[in-house]
Ligand binder design. Structure first.
Ligand code: ADP
Ligand code: MG
Length: 250
């Protein structure tokens, strides 16, 4: 029989090697039987595996920073339906390939909430990818140029949740509008997109430089979707103002 360390390594066990001796002592003290001791070890190994997989998914998703739904202050967006947003935590929308669209001015937490939802999906061990709309369009344009657009679109079609941030700030061409349309078609009724935009839907014709393509994109995107409208001043500015008000009092 080889020594235990050898089997730990071959079986790629991570946590059991660190804890089995200590757990054996505890088991002896508590007079646990062999099965209880073994179940305890296996359970801790399993929890460790889940934690590593969630962390890996969060790292691979490419979020620009970490934000949580719990950390969002809904009192700053009173018109937003808090309950409806919190319900999204169940991830039911993902199972039904429903899109979520956040529309509103900058600084009011569209990215924050979409990252929070993305992280929730990672915690349920879904595959998530975060892109700015610019990055996505650049990616697709490069794939087209290099002759692997079909493969790239299939890859983006298979991700469980695609988060697209900041649609509206970049300069679209008719070509990029068409690539964007192909992506939306690929995911239509197959997988959810969370999309953030500062541009109301009426302006999408001018955003995409083509009314027909914009209508086709909106048609697919909105067919199964939850749309949330944000209003008001940037949270950053509000925070800044409230700091200054505080200073005047001293
Ligand atoms: P947007 O994507 O709408 O431009 P962000 O999500 O980038 O806005 O928000 C800007 C900053 O303000 C972020 O640091 C975000 O966490 C914070 N923020 C915005 N709104 C809220 C809010 N209601 N509660 C807590 N933090 C917020
Ligand atoms: Mg943003």
């Amino acid at each position: 029989m080889k020594d235990l360390e050898h089997y730990f390594e071959e079986l790629n066990l991570k946590r059991i090697p660190e804890i089995y001796k200590k757990e054996a002592k505890i088991a002896a003290e508590k007079k646990l039987d062999y099965t209880e001791y073994l179940s305890g070890l296996i359970e801790k190994e399993y929890q460790g595996m889940i934690e590593r997989s969630v962390n890996q998914r969060i790292r691979r998703a490419g979020f620009p920073c970490i934000k949580t739904i719990e950390g969002y202050d809904f009192t700053h967006q009173p018109q937003l339906n808090e309950k409806q947003i919190r319900n999204l935590n169940t991830l039911e929308y993902l199972d039904n390939a429903i899109n979520i669209i956040f529309v509103g001015p900058p600084g009011i937490g569209k990215s924050h909430l979409s990252i929070g939802l993305g992280i929730k999906a990672c915690e349920r061990r879904k595959r998530v990818q975060f892109y700015t709309a610019q990055e996505l369009v650049d990616d697709l344009a490069k794939a087209k140029l290099m002759g692997y657009l079909g493969r790239e679109l299939s890859k983006l079609g298979r991700i469980d949740l695609l988060v697209l941030d900041e649609l509206g700030y970049m300069d679209m061409t008719k070509d990029s509008a068409n690539l964007f349309f192909q992506l939306v078609s690929k995911r239509y009724e197959r997988g959810s997109i969370i999309l953030n935009t500062n541009r109301p839907f009426e302006e999408w014709g001018s955003l995409f430089k083509d009314n027909i393509v914009a209508t086709a994109i909106l048609d697919r995107l909105l067919h199964h979707s939850h749309v949330f409208y944000f209003t008001g001043k940037s949270y950053r500015l509000k925070k800044h103002e409230s700091k200054n008000i505080g200073k005047d009092n001293y």
